[in-house]
Design a protein around this ligand. Structure first.
Ligand code: HEC
Length: 136
């Protein structure tokens, strides 16, 4: 009887896993939508819009204003300091996840270990776009 029960449990678990797996695939497809004629350009604007929503939904605004320094530098100031390159997207995404200090002053930026690398990169791209620069 015990064996039968555990077989049932394992089967139910496997079905649940499979269900979750396929749901995740759907979400990924939705995220990027269907590219239109200008393909790449639209996709990168989408990433910046997603980054903006992520920043607005997180605790960033406690310390960052878009245009004024509060506890941290304004995000526009950050955009002006860094070129919008792949290297700087990775650098700032790392800073968002791991926190740090010493670039803008002695006040440290708090780490965000629960933000994924992909989301942190979208946030970094949004910040870097604020001075009107495009990724290059
Ligand atoms: C507790 C306050 C605080 C919070 C919350 C916070 N930051 Fe910061 N942030 C700072 C400070 C202070 C600095 C300057 C750190 C330094 O001098 O190295 C900074 C720096 C940065 C930089 C520039 C890093 C560099 O090396 O030049 C970026 C980009 C940034 N923050 C993005 C974010 C984002 C996105 C969020 C939300 C997920 C966020 N911050 C949340 C305080 C904060």
């Amino acid at each position: 009887m015990k064996t039968l029960q555990s077989i049932c449990l394992i089967t139910a678990f496997a079905i649940t896993l499979a269900a979750c797996g396929s749901k995740k695939d759907e979400t990924v497809t939705e995220d990027y939508g269907t590219p239109d004629e200008s393909g790449q350009a639209i996709a990168s604007v989408d990433v910046i819009t997603q980054g903006e929503s992520l920043v607005k939904a997180s605790d960033c605004k406690t310390c960052h204003h878009q245009t004024n320094k509060i506890i941290g530098p304004s995000h526009t100031e950050v955009a002006k300091k860094y070129d919008f390159t792949k290297e700087n997207v990775a650098l700032l995404a790392g800073k968002i996840i791991n926190g740090g200090s010493g670039v803008w002053g002695e006040i440290p930026m708090s780490p965000h270990p629960d933000i994924s690398q992909a989301d942190a990169e979208k946030m970094a791209k949004y910040v870097l776009s604020l001075d009107g620069e495009k990724e290059h």
